[in-house]
Design a protein around this ligand. Structure first.
Ligand code: C2E
Ligand code: MG
Ligand code: MG
Ligand code: MG
Length: 292
């Protein structure tokens, strides 16, 4: 009886496995077509200076407008497509698109807003990355300090020597480097000392926990003061309540983003109403149809 069940289990497991493999291959080819068909776009989430309330720029978050499945979030397709060749193509599309948006900002006279782009581990380690980022600066005329490249701790700890080298080459070109989801990975304080990053982004689990747990509040407070003392800037992500913003303000946190400040807004909505949203350097209107 156990043997039969075991046999069945194995067959079931086996067919699930090949089903999953098929899904991955299918999703990759579907995504390839989708990229050619312009189904990807950016949701842009405003980031503000917590001390002055001024808008400093946007984090670019990828979205897939799928003809049958509707809006597909990156949490649904990035984990499946990670380490496929397609992720690199999508990543380069993302970089090019960030440059296009910045060029559009410049045409409209918004010349100091920056865009933060998320880089996958494979893309960060891809030998094409640095030469491409170097050549885009020349062809677009966009100053490198308006592009922030977000890396995660996981990307960096896999090979810290090599990662530090690549980071240094990007910094030499003038790019801004930030460490995303800080506190959730495996990096240690000695990594932080060796990494030449400009910005640390405190993960939203700590911002969420901050109001409920004294431990989380102490972690946020000490991270902010340590990062500032090391000469870097600190961003709090996932600010959902006014009380969190107040606490972060009193803790001297530099920058912040989150649903309380503004939800991610589609690039089309942004350009349709940018002058309404953005007055006197401040972000005024909560977008009605946010794209989460
Ligand atoms: P992330 O870089 O940490 O991005 C922040 C995520 O938190 C975004 O989810 C954003 O919509 C969400 N968020 C922002 N404010 C709040 C808030 O107040 N509360 C809550 N609960 N969530 C908030 P999203 O857009 O689903 O992206 C998920 C992750 O997918 C990103 O996490 C990033 O790691 C990855 N991702 C997004 N776009 C790209 C991309 O273009 N390339 C790569 N490689 N990864 C991307
Ligand atoms: Mg990010
Ligand atoms: Mg993040
Ligand atoms: Mg996060």
């Amino acid at each position: 009886q156990a043997k039969t069940a075991g046999g069945n289990c194995f067959r079931l497991y086996d067919s699930e496995m090949s089903q999953r493999a098929l899904d991955k291959v299918e999703l990759e080819s579907e995504a390839r077509d989708a990229l050619l068909d312009n189904q990807f776009f950016y949701a842009l989430q405003p980031q503000i200076d917590i001390q002055t309330n001024k808008l400093i720029g946007f984090e670019a978050l990828i979205r897939w407008n799928h003809p049958e499945r509707g809006f597909v979030s990156p949490g649904q397709f990035i984990p499946v497509l990670e380490n496929t060749a397609f992720m690199l193509s999508l990543g380069y599309w993302c970089i090019d698109h960030a440059f296009e948006l910045l060029q559009e900002f410049h045409r409209r006279g918004y010349k100091d807003l920056k865009i933060a782009v998320n880089l996958s581990g494979a893309q960060f380690l891809d030998p094409e990355l640095v030469p491409l980022l170097e050549s885009r600066l020349k062809t677009t005329g966009i100053p490198a300090h308006l592009i922030e490249l977000e890396l995660t701790e996981r990307t960096l700890v896999s090979d810290i020597e090599n990662a530090t080298l690549i980071m240094q080459r990007l910094i030499d070109l003038g790019y801004i480097i930030s460490i995303d989801d800080f506190g959730t990975g495996y990096s240690s304080l000695s990594y932080l000392k060796r990494m030449p990053a400009h910005i640390i982004k405190i993960d939203r689990v700590f911002i969420d926990g901050m109001m409920k747990s004294n431990a989380d509040k102490q972690i946020v407070a000490s991270t902010i003061s340590m990062v500032r003392n090391l000469g870097m800037k600190v961003v709090a992500e996932g600010i959902e309540e006014p009380e969190q913003l107040d606490v972060l303000h009193s803790l001297q946190c530099d920058w912040g983003q989150g649903y309380y400040i503004a939800r991610p807004i589609s690039e089309y909505q942004l350009f349709a109403a940018m002058s309404e949203h953005y007055k006197d350097g401040k972000w005024h209107i909560e977008p009605l149809n946010s794209i989460n």
